[in-house]
Design a protein around this ligand. Structure first.
Ligand code: 13P
Ligand code: SF4
Length: 349
């Protein structure tokens, strides 16, 4: 077992040798041991934007999860190569919508509603889902532009299919004034629409997927914080369930959470409902504030955590050897079709 100091030294050496030929984007949920080497940190929107803007780097080593690296590959130039330090770093939410299920759902929904639906997908989805959305006139969304994108979609069509996170979809539509009674849920396991009102009133069809990390924050956690610390503000990610978001003080993307806490006065106090690596980092960065996790058991994203210092170093040291096992390549026509959906979003953001 190599000492951390040696691993860090070797990472620093490769970074120095490659200079601008290498670019390392890091998502806020990454471990500290990795994020310390990121050239840019950000939420999903910002990381997609920087990937689209970077035209120089030959190697992009993405510290995040698989769908983020796919997005980077789609948005970069053909001479730029994207790598993921551990190919097992997926996202359980993205895995909840596969393209076969989606094609079946689309066929049924078209039969029910005709050409009145626009598909939108959270970026937390496979390239194949983004491609499906792209060819059907829709767009991707992230948690920081979901309201804008859902509003836009509803100016184009009467209703929308929102993949794959029911919670982000429901929270966003609710904030835009769409009643819960006008939302239905598509169950991809049973291939059926779950809905009890009038079919023609349906405006939003939510794919029945969720984030296993954010589902761990509960109404009970909120009650506990409200009773233990009556003055504490509660801030959560919109991947949390509707009831949890409804009882919180603020909800938004990871960048938004960081921003709200940064701008708050000294001695302010917050309970945060999002992934553990980020919560721990925010606690460390704000010794003047009282910050806790909304769920005292803390909620790690196991797949984000698969990117650790040894995998990162191994990936960096393999870059110039021609070893391509960690390369992320989205093939045509999936890449071009997915790009349509991503570009519609980037044009709005
Ligand atoms: P954001 O950083 O865009 O808020 O996304 C959170 C997330 O769950 C990424 O997987
Ligand atoms: Fe996926 Fe949730 Fe992990 Fe984000 S936090 S990568 S949505 S499982």
């Amino acid at each position: 077992k190599m000492a951390t100091a040696e691993l860090e030294e070797r990472v620093a050496k490769v970074k120095q040798e490659l200079g601008k030929r290498l670019f390392v984007p890091g998502h806020h949920y990454q471990k500290d041991e990795v994020i310390q080497f990121a050239d840019t940190t950000g939420d999903s929107l910002k990381l997609a934007q920087v990937a689209a803007e970077n035209k120089d780097a030959e190697f992009i080593v993405f510290c995040g999860v698989h769908f983020m690296a796919e997005t980077a590959d789609i948005l970069t130039e053909p001479h730029q190569k994207v790598y993921l330090p551990d190919m097992r770093a997926g996202c359980s939410m993205a895995d909840m919508a596969d393209i076969y299920q989606t094609d079946r759902a689309w066929e049924t929904l078209q039969a029910m509603f005709g050409d009145t639906i626009m598909p939108l997908t959270y970026v937390n989805s496979t390239a194949a889902i983004k491609a499906f959305v792209g060819v059907n006139g829709g767009a991707t969304v992230t948690s920081s532009n979901a309201e804008k994108m859902v509003s836009w979609a509803l100016t184009q069509k009467e209703r929308l299919l929102f993949l794959p996170d029911q919670h982000l979809g429901r929270n966003t539509a609710f904030n835009l004034g769409i009643p819960l009674a006008n939302m239905a849920v598509w169950n991809p396991i049973l291939d059926q629409l779950e809905y009890d009102g009038e079919m023609e009133n349906i405006q939003v069809i939510l794919w029945k997927g969720h984030c296993s990390v954010h589902e761990n924050f509960t109404v009970e956690n909120i009650r506990q914080v409200r009773s233990d610390y009556p003055d504490m503000k509660i801030i959560v990610h919109p991947e949390c369930r509707r009831e949890v978001v409804a009882l919180s003080d603020y909800a938004g993307s990871t960048n938004y959470i960081i921003d709200v806490i940064e701008k708050a006065g000294p001695k302010s106090s917050f309970a945060i409902g999002t992934e553990m690596n980020l919560v721990k980092r925010i606690i460390k960065d704000h010794p003047d504030k009282h910050i806790i996790s909304l769920n005292p058991n803390m909620c790690p994203c196991l797949t984000m955590n698969r990117i650790d210092l040894p995998h990162f170093l191994w990936c960096l040291e393999s870059l110039e050897t021609g070893f391509e096992d960690n390369r992320i390549i989205v093939n045509e026509p999936t890449a071009s079709n997915a790009k349509l959906a991503l570009e519609r979003m980037l044009a709005f953001s």
